[in-house]
Design a protein around this ligand. Structure first.
Ligand SMILES: C[C@H](N)C(=O)N[C@@H](CCCCN)C(=O)O
Length: 848
């Protein structure tokens, strides 16, 4: 009996359909130079934004002098420059995120980077022309692009590093780049702006009256260096603003580069899953192409769209579009993110937003005022010392964020890290409010906390939402961040003003700092920040608690499930799963604590009798596991794959070709559906006894049904006979585990889905998770178990599964294998019956 190869279609692959070999151009399970390049350039993309964001405050009084406005007016104007940046971003990143989810990060990345360039250009022009309204408008455009650019950048980074086990580190590098860009601006902008301006320019601009003697700083045109001459020629703050413009142009260039590196063909080559938008574009192009079938067939040549490298279209949607030659299937409502879908975001996600508001609110608005505070309480008349202490958190974060991100990738436990960080901020503000301890130590604590929470918070986003919602989710968290940054500074200002007003009314009393209530409002401000960080502790604790009930997604180490990797070479991949030394090896002692994430294309040769892979229930398609329920819904089910000895159980091999595995165990329904006999009503059914293990049923050259035995891949499978001499049989096989009361419904859905879809050019039937979601939504029925479809060619089969997210399997979930409840049959079928028709068969493969 030939070993059965179940090729489980992956999200994206570069597989070769011509055979069982699954070759890739790059080992997609490791960092490659391409990854390093993508990360480096992606970090540069937002550098312009971060460099220029703080230009107004870095130039502050120099700008005021240049604009020749009174101090009070300037305070208002300065704040307005920040307000027009932040206020629109209370909403815009959400719209931007939805846009990114719809059209993909490529176009949006360029668009947002362009907005930043234009915005900064207008700001610089406004400064040069001393035209404040133009500055304001430029800053507004700059804000439109700035925050949403980060969303698009995060999406690209998540795609490249999410399943590589390096998302925390990669996002930490973004943060580091941001902190460095901020630090550079803090130093370079004042340096450029304070350049000596020649006397004539000063006089011409009115900065210096004609009778005034030249400033001792002012040099003349005979400055020796080119840089000096440039500084003089451009003139102070204008030059500083145009330098910022130059950095933004560089960032735009980086955005183009990232888009180039992230193009579909490049992703496929690197084993990075394509985005839905890429799917759409790709499928549209291929559908228009007369040679679209070559895309399926796996031609070796490369076309502009990268068809060459995706003979197996990993996306069900793509494959359906490709196979059906229509784009209609892409337009299913569930496939496109829209506002209505926000309600489908889990509570954990909203709690993450709450934690983001409190954490950033307790840190960043404090940075804005802390130099004032330090000068008042610790370093009167010493702005330099105050400035130095203020820069501590950013300095620590510049190198701490990637380190913490790396730690997060290795340890998981993001919720616990957020709680710890919140506690640290609480202690920081407590120390600053109630003690006279030098602020250096509290600021170091704050720096550590800032590094930890930013590094832990952002990588949580893709773990909590669906793959097609990631940009929207990043957008929402960015909205939350901007709410904090827009609202809390106003509250802080109000607290201070109220305290100052009270102090003004008070008679001259002892204003010594021994009395904390006698300061100019900073004590109340610190209490406010303590309240926020206390709220962050609570939000993070609730988040962690919810997450534990919801599959411990935030505790997961390493990979983002919805971005399963494309394949490594099959042998390597196989060994990566089987080898104890492999990071994802299930045989390491910790295997039951962390989900196995078989990279796409992995050939699983089950060699260990006791390996259990558990995936958390998927919202949309909940595969069923008999036995003790796993996951969030205690009475619900989880997805499990149990692997056994191939030699003993017929050499069942599973190749992961979609988002991991969701093979139900311990009992599996198998439906052989001869699509050429299918009618619109689904297969015919007839009762007959179950096939014994490895026994070919009528009309089949071979059949293998590894039965439940200890812990193993319980998979019933039949290989239909080839009807065309020389041509491999391509029969979709339905695998699903109807269980409990929903079984009949679920199975019938699966069947109708099976009969309703065309077969791809390569003969592979692919299920559509989104279609299923759509069916559920419109049918209003209960969740549908994964309808796994497959086809076989006598030697192998391709099985399409939808994967749920992996979750760590805690020791309490390490269950001894136990006999399953017999699965309920669909529509009156008994649990242990095999019904065979001439063309369509259902095998209910119950455990013996
Ligand atoms: C307002 C500014 N963009 C900001 O504070 N950003 C945050 C979040 C950055 C997320 C990057 N993916 C920061 O910590 O810098």
């Amino acid at each position: 009996m030939p070993g059965i190869v179940l090729s489980v279609p992956a999200t994206r692959s570069t597989a070769d359909t011509s055979g069982d070999d699954f070759s890739l151009e790059e080992d997609s399970t490791r960092w490659t130079s391409r990854h390093v390049l993508v990360l480096t350039i992606a970090c540069l993309v937002t550098s312009g934004n971060y460099y220029c964001y703080d230009t107004p405050s870095a130039l502050n009084t120099l700008l005021q002098t240049h604009l020749q406005v009174p101090y009070a007016t300037w305070q208002w104007q300065l704040n307005m420059l920040y307000a027009v940046y932040s206020l629109p971003n209370i909403v815009l990143p959400l719209i931007g995120g939805i846009l990114v989810d719809r059209v993909g990060p490529a176009r949006t990345l360029i668009g947002f980077a362009l907005l930043i360039v234009i915005g900064q250009g207008l700001l610089a022009t406004g400064i040069q022309a001393r035209f404040y309204s133009l500055m304001l408008f430029g800053r507004f455009l700059f804000g439109l692009g700035g925050e949403t650019l980060e969303v698009a950048q995060s999406v690209v980074t998540t795609a490249w590093f999410g399943s590589l086990g390096g998302l925390g580190f990669a996002l930490g590098c973004h943060l580091a780049a941001a902190r460095i860009a901020t630090g550079l601006n803090d130093n370079i902008s004042p340096w450029v702006a304070a350049a000596p301006v020649d006397v004539e320019t000063q006089r011409a601009s009115g900065m210096s009256p004609p009778w005034a003697p030249p400033s001792p700083l002012a040099t003349t045109r005979d400055s020796s260096g080119t840089v000096e001459r440039l500084r003089v020629a451009l003139g102070g703050v204008t030059a500083a603003a145009w330098v910022g413009f130059g950095v933004c142009v560089l960032s735009l260039g980086a955005a183009f580069w990232v888009v180039y590196l992230d193009r579909p063909a490049s992703r496929l080559q690197a084993g990075i899953p394509l985005l839905d938008s890429d799917d759409r574009a790709h499928a549209h192009r291929c559908a228009e192409d007369e040679e679209a079938s070559a895309c399926h067939a796996g031609s070796d040549g490369e076309d502009a769209d990268g068809c060459e490298s995706r003979p197996l279209l990993p996306s069900s949607r793509a494959s359906e579009t490709m196979s059906e030659g229509t784009s209609a299937s892409y337009d299913e409502p569930d496939e496109t993110i829209h506002f209505g879908q926000l309600t489908s975001f889990p509570l954990t996600f909203w709690m993450l937003c709450a934690a983001c508001i409190m954490l950033y609110g307790a840190a960043v608005p404090f940075f804005h005022i802390c130099t004032d505070f330090f000068q008042e309480k610790y370093y009167p008349g010493d702005p330099q010392q105050a400035g130095f202490v203020m820069s501590i958190p950013d300095g620590i974060s510049a190198f701490g964020s990637p380190l913490c991100g790396f730690f997060v990738d290795r340890v998981g436990r993001r919720g616990s890290l957020l709680i710890t960080a919140s506690l640290l901020i609480f202690i920081t503000h407590g120390l600053l409010a109630f003690t006279r301890m030098a602020p250096i130590f509290p600021m170091v604590l704050l720096g550590v906390s800032y590094s930890v929470f930013a590094a832990a918070l952002w990588p949580c986003v893709p773990l909590l939402v669906g793959r097609h919602q990631i940009a929207t989710a990043y957008g929402l968290v960015t909205v939350a961040l901007n709410m904090a940054l827009a609202v809390f500074p106003l509250i802080v200002a109000h607290l201070r003003n109220a305290a100052l007003a009270r102090a003004a009314l008070r008679p001259a009393v002892d204003t010594s700092l021994e009395d904390p209530l006698s300061d100019s409002g900073f004590f109340y401000v610190q209490l406010f920040f303590m309240a926020l960080s206390g709220g962050a502790v609570i939000a993070s604790a609730v988040l962690t608690w919810l997450d534990r009930r919801n599959g411990c997604k935030l505790m997961t180490r390493e990979m983002v499930s919805s971005f399963s990797r494309s394949a490594t070479a099959s042998s390597a991949s196989s060994s990566s799963l089987a080898s104890p030394t492999s990071p994802s090896s299930p045989s390491s002692p910790s295997i039951t604590e962390a989900p196995i994430r078989p990279p796409l294309g992995t050939i699983i040769e089950p060699t260990s009798p006791r390996r259990l892979v558990t995936y958390a229930p998927d919202e949309a398609a909940v595969p069923l596991l008999a036995g003790r329920p796993l996951g969030r819904r205690r009475r619900s089910t989880g997805n499990a794959l149990t692997l056994g000895r191939p030699a003993k159980y017929g050499g069942v091999t599973v190749r992961v070709m979609r988002e991991g595995l969701a093979i139900q165990s311990p009992a599996t329904w198998v439906h052989h559906h001869h699509h050429h006999h299918a009618d619109a009503h689904g297969p015919h059914r007839s009762a007959s006894p179950p096939l014994p293990h490895g026994h070919a049923g009528p009309g089949r050259p071979a059949s293998a049904s590894p039965q439940r035995h200890g812990t193993f891949l319980n998979l019933a499978f039949g290989l239909p006979r080839s009807t065309t001499p020389g041509a491999p049989d391509r029969h979709p096989v339905f695998l699903g585990v109807p269980h409990g009361a929903q079984s009949g419904h679920a199975m019938s859905r699966g069947l109708s889905h099976s009969t309703g879809c065309g077969t791809a050019g390569d003969g592979v039937r692919r299920s559509s998770p989104d279609r299923r979601r759509s069916q559920q939504r419109h049918g209003g029925g209960p969740p549908t178990p994964n309808p796994l479809t497959a086809s076989s060619d006598g030697e192998s089969a391709l099985v399409d599964v939808t994967l749920a997210r992996p979750r760590p399997l805690r020791p309490s979930h390490q269950l001894p294998y136990r006999a399953p409840s017999p699965p309920l049959a669909p529509s009156g079928l008994g649990p242990s019956s095999t019904r065979q028709g001439s063309g369509d068969d259902i095998t209910a493969n119950a455990p013996p």
